[in-house]
Design a protein around this ligand. Sequence first.
Ligand code: CTP
Length: 400
Amino acid sequence: MSKRVLLIIGGGIAAYKSLELIRRLKDAGVSVRVVMTDAAQRFVTPLAAGALVGERVFTDLFDQTQEFDVGHIRLARECDLIVVAPATADLMAKAAHGLANDLASAVLLATDKPVLMAPVMNPHMWANAATQRNFATLQAQGLRFIGPNEGEMAERGERGVGRMAEPEEIRDAALAALSDGPLKGKRALVTAGPTIEAIDPVRFISNRSSGKQGYAIAAALAELGAEVTLVSGPTNLPVPFGVKRIAIESAREMLEASEAALPLDVAVMVAAVADWRPTKEAPTKIKKGAAGVPAIALQENPDILATLSKLGKKRPKLVVGFAAETNDVEDNARAKIAKKGCDWIVANDVSGDVMGGAENQVLLITKDKTEAWPRMAKEAVARKLAAEIAKSLTAKARRK
Ligand code: CTP
């Protein structure tokens, strides 16, 4: 069956280029369905878009026949990819905030498919802090973007960043998003977030961890087609598209859920596992009082990374650990590869503001090389790591 794109046309002067985009997608063998916003219909007509796709164009959330026939939920699901072109500042804002008061925004809220946006707007609108916040929010949610490009604006004499990407560029990005991905058929495990170790029913010890980097890696692996299990301690993060999340609390539960995910092609252990747990969990709340300050005896938790690395025959083909270091980052990380038996370590210096922050700066350390990556968004670190993993796994498959 041919791949299906749902194209949402927003209201910008670049909407006329979306007609060209339809043609190019169809030439590439993709079937296209079109949703147009009210504003889009000021620039191009549903008749023109409908003639190109060879079927009606969807425009109205509250039109009884349209909703009855193919409602917004079906539009949101019966496709392999949603492309928003042009993605106006207004559509981006709606999507970032979960508004759903017209067909286009309702579809974006209801979908479980990947979304590619091609923004277009005046350079001042693009640079505005509100738009940039929405852009960051949508990126963190896993939406992909192509453009905006720099150049001449429709308004005479204006130049800057805000032009919509050209139809061929959008088509190429859409085809890349539609491709099955180099990790198709591969099974991946990601651990993320903290673990919490109970002292009594109301108290625990834990580690600082937002889970952001691990969740971004799970999302990036899924984007490349992997079947991803994310074993996660408590976080406030949404489950990335296409990822199976298993929520756990303690290190022992994390180990159990990780082993249950076997067999695996790759395991990426990003979790900040608590190294120790209280030897005994008090069955009732420990009261203040005569006994004074309680002494809490600790015992060591199982090391999940080391356990998976030393599994023998069942060992994942590639095991990647993380190292949070405050000093001698590379030496400590190399020592960790040797001690834990993993293949790679992604080492980050946590002496600054990395914990809980949006960016990360890491070293990728393998048995035979060390690469220093520039500081970048955690999502970008995740995509780069996922690409390295794909390279390694496909090279290993070829060697077989
Ligand atoms: N890790 C794990 N299970 C544990 C402890 C750590 O799977 N019980 C994993 C982490 O997910 C990470 C890597 O091991 O991928 C390194 O963890 P880190 O805390 O930096 O190192 P430690 O082994 O705890 O060593 P140290 O505290 O001496 O730095």
